[in-house]
Write a protein of this length. Structure first.
Length: 309
């Protein structure tokens, strides 16, 4: 499933890893853990100006075309005011601005609301989560984001095409082979129906993937609670390791297709935020491999010439 090349350096072993199916590559340098660049986590404080707090959310956030928002438990879901997808929704997960720890119900309700909102658009959907500023969250109040487009993101497209090719060549699903291998590996963490393991060729620090027994979002309902339990278990694991910030994406195929693909949930940990910084690298950059850019390249020439006048 993947290849590993070891290089001996003066400070230890450096590994180059490549996933054979997709060609994804990474470098693993365990010695860099000794730099201790992570911060001590501080609970974010609330603010009267937070648009996602209860005193503001129903007056500041937009509604769907029917004039409503989706309400599930504590969660509130609405269209993103600043979308970067054809269909882009936000689910505020908790009533409180910050919570000591998420509950299974918090996550399950948010996943259920995201599913409902994304099923309103016929495309390639994903459910995503940036938690804390160092993971690219522009608003600290916990929230998920759903995006869907007529074309899948780079990461989804890469797996869709590679899985289809694998299925044609071998006659079985790539993900079945992955699950069989991971169950007997040191990377296996927990789970059976949804198998969770540390990804062999991680795209981010401490990447964990959960492989679902479905392909499209329309099949999601029976697995929402189980997926929520798995996500909560990974987050608890991260916190035991001292990490609070993270990115998460759940990737799906378009409904009605069968390319040998399996939906999967990917989480990567990020360093805990410090008071002076916010990352501009979030789930799109870290997990979908499609950077979200704010400035048009054509405007750069205009800005440059204006400044030179």
């Amino acid at each position: 499933m993947f290849t590993v090349s070891d290089v001996v350096t003066g400070r230890g072993i450096l590994q180059y890893r490549e996933e054979n199916l997709t060609g994804l590559r990474c470098r693993i340098s365990p010695e860099r853990l000794k730099r201790h660049i992570d911060q001590t986590f501080r609970v974010p404080e609330g603010s009267g100006t937070c648009p996602f707090c209860r005193e503001n959310i129903f007056s500041i956030t937009p509604t769907f075309a029917d004039g409503n928002r989706i309400l599930k438990g504590e969660s509130v879901t609405f269209p993103n005011m600043f979308p970067f997808a054809e269909w882009h929704t936000v689910t505020v997960i908790t009533r409180d601005h910050s919570v000591p720890a998420f509950t299974r119900q918090h996550i399950a309700d948010a996943l259920m609301a995201q599913t409902e909102s994304l099923l309103r658009f016929d495309g390639y959907p994903s459910i995503n989560w940036n938690f804390l500023p160092s993971a690219g969250a522009s608003i600290v109040h916990p929230h998920m984001q759903g995006i869907a487009d007529q074309r899948p993101t780079w990461m989804t497209e890469r797996y869709l095409s590679a899985c289809e090719e694998y299925h044609k060549k071998h006659g079985n699903r790539y993900w079945d082979a992955v699950q069989e291998q991971e169950r007997s590996s040191d990377r296996y963490l927990f789970g059976d129906e949804i198998l969770w393991s540390a990804h062999a060729v991680p795209v981010g620090e401490r990447e964990v993937r959960g492989i679902l027994p479905i392909a499209s979002l329309i099949e999601m309902d029976p697995y929402i609670d189980l997926l929520a339990r798995g996500i909560l278990e990974v987050l608890s694991f991260y916190r035991a390791l001292g990490t609070y910030a993270f990115n998460m994406s759940v990737f799906f195929d378009k409904a009605g297709k069968d390319n040998g693909f399996r939906a999967f949930c990917s989480l990567v940990s990020r360093i805990n935020p410090n008071p002076a910084s916010m990352s501009d690298s979030a789930f799109m950059e870290r997990l979908h491999f499609e950077p979200v850019i704010m400035t048009l390249p054509e405007d750069m020439g205009l800005f440059y010439r204006k400044e030179k006048r």
